[in-house]
Design a protein around this ligand. Structure first.
Ligand code: NAI
Ligand code: MG
Length: 330
């Protein structure tokens, strides 16, 4: 029995989570779900966006599904707190074309592996006389473990190339270390082709020749930017899943937020959340079930059963129900 913590959160987070659970429920899984709270409504109830009880449950779980939360300035970020508490050093963003979602390209299948704990995100920013300075922290330990994850992922998923992205011509020390550690790790994977690119060039290649990439590994800030660019290639926020992975834990969430503008209307696209559950299934070594959901999702989209953001007329619930029906048929 696997213990799965479910944090629906705010706004459409709740709607897409309900849809995803409806789909998971069609499979014969040995999951025990525990619901936990986080986000803005949680803050209004308990004065805390991420209560100790939620952190405790997540720490004790085999995996966590996270919908989306509303982040209000001045309130602590729930997801950033969880990433830090659990040392989730990988942010995994698969970029895969789906039928009928209006991406800029078809036939894409690559993944961005973003370092999730350091770089400019350490919050070391201070005012100086006339301006301000932000510190960029890069350690060999973090570079090594993110690169190792990227190569292991390539092996597991049958990819043959890993590309490191950096700006070592300008950031000679920080990105110099990242590039060095990347090639050191690469030596242990003789079957995988290792190459490296400058981030500016990669921003262009993702638009000019995205089919040439398989696994891209990079530091936190570059990964943040490139992964949003990549999401646009395959249809945008409604279909972009992600995983935050550490040594022991994993939190699986759509890239999008709580989308207050469309919340409560049952029109949110559940695809990103559903694909996030397939990342969780793969993480829990349930590849077969993950593939079944992907197949059912593709069949549903091909039939034109989809939400308005990708040109459809169906509700969140109808899409989830259709995927569920496909799963039961398979
Ligand atoms: P957002 O991602 O929530 O929504 C932006 C727009 O994208 C929406 O208005 C909607 O038109 C579209 N969209 C997003 N997801 C969709 C879906 N599943 N189906 C259909 N359309 C979808 O970003 P926004 O509006 O900037 O932020 C709203 C709130 O969410 C903020 O409080 C923000 O801080 C928070 N947020 C939370 C995240 C998280 O929980 N990890 C991530 C990003 C934002
Ligand atoms: Mg971002």
């Amino acid at each position: 029995m696997k213990k799965i913590v479910v944090i629906p959160g705010d706004g459409i987070g709740k709607e897409v989570m309900e849809a995803a659970l409806l789909v998971l429920d069609a499979l014969d899984l040995d999951f025990e779900y525990e619901f936990a709270e986080a986000g803005h409504e949680c803050f209004q109830k308990y004065g805390d966006t991420i209560p100790e009880e939620t952190i405790r449950l997540v720490k004790g779980a085999d995996a966590t599904l996270f919908g989306a939360v509303t982040t209000v300035p001045g309130e602590k970020s729930a997801i950033i707190t969880l990433r830090r508490e659990l040392d989730l050093f990988v942010n995994l963003r698969p970029v895969r074309s789906l039928p009928g979602v209006g991406g800029l390209f078809s036939g894409l299948d690559f993944v961005i592996v973003r370092e999730n704990t350091e770089d400019l995100y350490v919050g070391l920013e201070e005012y100086t006389g006339d301006g301000a300075v932000a510190k960029r922290v890069i350690t060999r330990r973090a570079c090594k473990r993110i690169c190792k994850f990227a190569f292991d992922y390539a092996v597991d998923e049958g990819f043959e190339r890993v590309a490191a992205v950096h700006k070592a011509n300008v950031l000679k020390k920080t990105d110099g270390i990242f590039r060095e550690e990347f090639y050191k790790v690469a030596r242990n994977y003789p079957g995988i082709k290792a190459e490296d690119f400058y981030v500016d060039a990669m921003a262009m290649y993702l638009i000019k020749k995205p089919r040439e990439f398989e696994v891209i590994v990079t530091t936190n800030m570059f990964g943040d930017i490139l992964s949003d660019e990549a999401a646009a290639l395959v249809g945008g926020l409604g279909v972009a899943p992600s995983a935050n992975i550490g040594k022991k834990h994993g939190i699986f969430e759509p890239v999008h937020g709580s989308a207050p503008k469309i919340a409560g209307k049952n029109i949110a696209n559940p695809t990103a959340m559903i694909l996030s559950t397939t990342l969780m299934l793969k993480h829990l070594k349930k590849k077969k079930e993950a593939t079944l959901i992907e197949k059912a999702l593709k069949k549903t989209l091909k039939k034109g059963i989809k939400t308005p953001d990708i040109g459809g007329k169906h509700t969140t619930t109808q899409v989830a129900q259709a995927i569920r029906d496909e799963l039961i048929k398979i």
